[in-house]
Ligand binder design. Sequence first.
Ligand SMILES: Nc1ncnc2c1ncn2[C@@H]1O[C@H](COP(=O)(O)OP(=O)(O)OP(=O)(O)O)[C@@H](O)[C@H]1O
Ligand SMILES: [Mg+2]
Length: 403
Amino acid sequence: MTGELDKIFDTFDRKGIFKDKSLLQINYQPEEILHRGEQIKQIASILAPILRGEKASNLFLYGKTGTGKTLSIQYVREQLLKRVKEYDGFNIKIEYLNCKLKKVSDTEYRILAELIKKLGGEVPVTGLPTQSVYNIFIDLIDSEKQLVVLILDEIDQAVKKISSDFLYNLTRLNSELSKTQICLVGISNNLTFLDELDPRVRSSLSEEEIVFPPYNALQLQDILNKRSRGAFKENILTTGVVAKCAAFAAREHGDARRALDLLRIAGELAERDNSNKILLKHIDGANNKIERDKILDVVSSEPKQFQLVLYSIIYLLEKNKKDSIFTGDVYNLYADLCLKNKLEVLTQRRVSDIIQEFDMLGIINVRIISKGRGGRMREIKLAITNNIIQQAKRIIEDSLDYK
Ligand SMILES: Nc1ncnc2c1ncn2[C@@H]1O[C@H](COP(=O)(O)OP(=O)(O)OP(=O)(O)O)[C@@H](O)[C@H]1O
Ligand SMILES: [Mg+2]
């Protein structure tokens, strides 16, 4: 039996086009980080004083999604930690926390608890007043002379769920510590995040700022070429495949994660096709799949109120056989659908905000049209293909009573 199974697995193995798919997976740590040399050197020189026992400036990294922020900070962290081992006299701790993780981000308590755990302390999962957790945190790090670097990745997520008081408290910590000094590294892909903060928090958090610009298509090609070496068997990639992935991802705001996903999914589609090469059409297929998954994910995870707003837009466009409608038209139908579904009807203002959010997510396009005498109307068009619209509609219908 084992022999037979081996035979099946062997032929499957031989047919496949991947040699080591994990090289293209998101959590794989590449050996070399291309095109981020400047940013990495800047981070290193800003944090370097800690090796001499001095406090480093607080640092803020920002740039759009997939521009290598997490990868770069993790790299510098590892390099710093390598040097720390050789050092004597005081402790250096560099802790990384991703605030987006569910277990971490919803309360100040949980973030602190997670940091305390990383620093080797303990707190009960719940039950203490937040101030006591702060006290535990302070006692823990101030028990001996140390330099502590706290890297808070996706820090905007924490602020969104908790409030910026939490950041204010963190930036004030140094004044409560006697032996230890803390340096904060905040990371965000929300480019306006800093502007939304209290000016005091803002200036403290971003004593130094480093921008991660989007990768251009050529840089993405370099990154893909490097990472796909070893991921596929020989002669799997036809001409233009890497360039096309890079071009798509560059258009999508220079996102390396998107480029890697495209190539990996194109490979999976090629295998499913029994093709022994990745062809250009597989990249198109991969792109559609990513777009579809992204949008359908959003639609199915939105609250019902959001779903009803989107449903109203789709319904009106289809019913009137038009390709655009005005925001004012949406509200009546939306309110009607809410009543039928026994849901609270949100205000017109709130529905406008929801429409704005769909615009930001790329599901619709909203355009403001001036109507003379200062009057303005907002025109809505769908920004997704009919196939995705139909799937979105089905998802919404399944989650509602009204069909
Ligand atoms: N220069 C690079 N060389 C190789 N791989 C890269 C490079 N930049 C990014 N990547 C890869 O692209 C993916 C996204 O990078 P990373 O997670 O660092 O982005 P990010 O800027 O932190 O994005 P987000 O804001 O969404 O967290 C990762 O899988 C990473 O390994
Ligand atoms: Mg990141």
